[in-house]
Design a protein around this ligand. Structure first.
Ligand code: NAD
Length: 360
């Protein structure tokens, strides 16, 4: 498929097949290949290229260096039924979070709710993916995540990076309709979006970045070239205090770790604190379903004579998904080169990968 200059377009199934093939060559079993391909390509489909196949090169490099474990399963650290703490020990995050969330859903189906902590996982990607897993089972869920990597975000009022982009997601199922998915980093933008801008050679909006001297900049190199700068939190002190809560809930409470210093290893570690609740078990499923529909209609209803202009959480991603399923997934040529190089590092040929992706 043809894309804009500096960009190619790859069809959904072809891209999934390529991701599966690269992970298979790296040593993942078929189940893990399917889980990670679904995760990365869904992120691209939903417009979050920061968490799509652009993450594959880091995952493969970390798997080859032993920083990320393939074909692993989370182990149970604490199990009190509705309270579950799981240890991932740097297992591939897509498998770790998939299996951990599946266990939390099982508990919530049996007992009405589950508080689940997953600690020391390799990067778990787009957090909305885990909310979507919960809403498919009819569950409401809340996820607080912290990031242990090179600090990338300045606390509000501070000039330099101290913490991660610490994301939050909330999933709300809607019987018979598309769910509401709230899913964002507590920084103004996700690091991956700065990486995409850096790879494309374009500026980021004002107000997002500080340079290595603590001064505002729009140059994405601030996160990738010395002297390293920092992302700012969204909403001034509000994003910062939510980020702070993510580190303590996801990192401290379940025995993982908070971000306290420079990165000590190449792996990007996530800890996740999740609450999964069944509206059925609460006995409110019918009134919940009625109430959210009435609310959604009210908040989006335009004043007389005005066109609709309010979107609900999750709607932008679904619009992008429909568009990309029809037109192909755009991948910038720098990212594409990095994906090909990752495939070569596990002994795949460029020609075979290009042909699998339908790229000339
Ligand atoms: P973002 O700023 O694009 O916000 C996305 C959220 O806002 C979604 O819920 C979306 O539906 C909603 N939204 C967007 N525009 C809207 C509008 N006009 N009206 C109503 N709702 C709207 O997201 P982000 O902060 O750039 O984060 C991108 C991704 O990065 C997320 O999936 C996040 O989970 C992921 N992330 C992961 C990590 C990690 O370590 N694993 C760290 C940071 C971010």
């Amino acid at each position: 498929m043809a894309g804009k200059a500096g960009e190619i377009r790859i069809e959904n199934e072809a891209l999934r097949s390529l991701v599966r093939t690269i992970f298979k060559a790296a040593g993942s079993n078929d189940r893990e290949c399917a889980i990670v391909a679904d995760h990365l390509v869904e992120a691209n489909l939903r417009g979050h290229d920061s968490h799509g196949v652009g993450m594959l090169p880091a995952y493969i490099a970390n798997a080859l260096s032993g920083e990320c474990r393939l074909d692993a399963a989370p182990s149970v650290a604490t199990d009190l039924g509705q309270l579950l703490i799981l240890e991932a020990d740097r297992g591939l995050g897509q498998t770790m979070a998939h299996d951990a969330v599946a266990m939390a859903i099982d508990r919530a189906e049996a007992q009405g709710s589950c508080i689940m902590s997953l600690r020391n996982s390799h990067h778990i990607g787009r957090i909305g993916h885990w909310s979507e897993q919960c809403v498919r089972a009819g569950m409401v869920s809340i996820h607080f995540v912290n990031v242990i990597s090179t600090p990338a975000v300045a606390p509000f009022g501070g000039p330099s990076a101290r913490v991660g982009t610490n994301p939050i997601s909330i999933g709300l199922p809607r019987p018979g309709k598309n769910p509401f998915i709230v899913d964002f980093a507590t920084s103004r933008l996700a690091v991956g979006k700065i990486r995409v801008a850096y790879n494309k050679g374009v500026d980021v909006p004002e107000g997002v970045l500080l340079d290595g001297h603590g001064e505002p900049t729009t140059n994405p190199a601030a996160l990738f070239e010395e002297p390293l700068g920092a992302l700012r939190t969204f909403g001034e002190h509000k994003g910062w205090t939510l980020s702070f809560a993510c580190d303590l809930l996801a990192g401290a409470l379940a025995g993982g770790s908070t971000q306290k210093g420079p990165k000590s290893r190449d792996a990007i570690i996530n800890n996740m604190f999740s609450i999964v609740v069944s509206p059925e078990a609460m006995g409110t499923a019918a009134s919940y379903a009625r109430e959210i529909e009435a609310y959604a209609e009210w908040v989006t209803r335009p004043p007389e004579g005005r066109a609709p202009s309010v979107l609900l959480p999750g709607e932008p991603e679904l619009a992008t998904r429909a568009d990309r399923l029809a037109k192909g997934i755009p991948v910038d040529t720098n990212t594409w080169e990095q994906v090909l190089a990752a495939g070569e590092s596990v002994k795949l040929s460029r020609d075979a990968m290009r042909s699998m992706a339908g790229v000339a």
